[in-house]
Design a binder for this molecule. Sequence first.
Ligand code: BJW
Ligand code: ZN
Length: 244
Amino acid sequence: MIEEAAKLLARSRFAIAFTGAGISAESGVPTFRGFNGLWKKHRPEELATPEAFRKDPHLVWSFYRWRMGLIRNAKPNRAHYALAELEEMGILKAVITQNVDDLHREAGSRRIIELHGNIFRVRCTSCSYRENLKESGRLDEFLEEKDLPKCPECGSLLRPDVVWFGEPLPRKTLEEAFKLAERADLVLVIGTSGVVYPAAYIPQIVKETGGKVIEVNPEESGITPIADVFLRCPAGEAMEKLME
Ligand code: BJW
Ligand code: ZN
């Protein structure tokens, strides 16, 4: 199976990767739907919504501050580094990720399409204010603060610059991802349950336009039925074997 995947990858002319929470599991970042995805008895699906934020912004902000702290201390793993290396080799053209954790960037990937935003960015709920807390150097003070974060421009409530259920994905970002998927002759799908749309269309588009689908996941997912090669194992192990 690994040999088959390696052969397809080596022969491809325009390969892309499509990643989900599972690629960061070995970095210690909990997945959404896995057993580890539980936080204070709330399921992430109940917290990552505009309704939850309207009803209880304190709860939602404490969830996001907790995750920011966890993710800030996480390091990329073998799978993130393998994707950066494949791009360096000219095989991989882009990484389309559903993750908000910045680990592809830290591993050295260059062309990264973040479909669901980035957890280190905040934006104002009223005006156009945006801030990347890592880049502004304000992450530490932001995480120590317990009160609701307010916009320095207009005083309104800030929110995480991520995409919640029921919200549209950034239009240009989604268009770019769909274009890449149409062009790709191979997609490496790593660590996603493949149930969240429109993101889950990405591997389907590659398949429908004649490309191959390689999936890496220790469990079957929504993508498995269309996978040409299914590597049933953790991302780090699979990617290390694939790079040999
Ligand atoms: C490992 C591993 C290891 C473990 N190695 N693998 C069509 C059909 C049905 C529903 C819809 C549809 N179109 C839209 C919808 C509604 C909805 C949706 O998809 N719902 C379904 C769940 C039913 N979609 C939306 O609401 C989207 N918006 C939208 O459609 O807007 C329309 C609109 C247009 C115009 C105006 C208004 C609206 C938005 C979706 C946003 C998703 N947001 C989140 C939160 C992001 C912020 C945050 O991080 O907090 O994104 S939810 C969460 O799910 C997060 C993830 O990116 C996303 C996907 O999860 P992922 O990455 O797949 O993680 P898991 O946990 O599900 O899976 C992990 C996998 O890893 C598992 O398979 C494990 O086995 C595996 N694994 N260890 C490899 N070591
Ligand atoms: Zn503002």
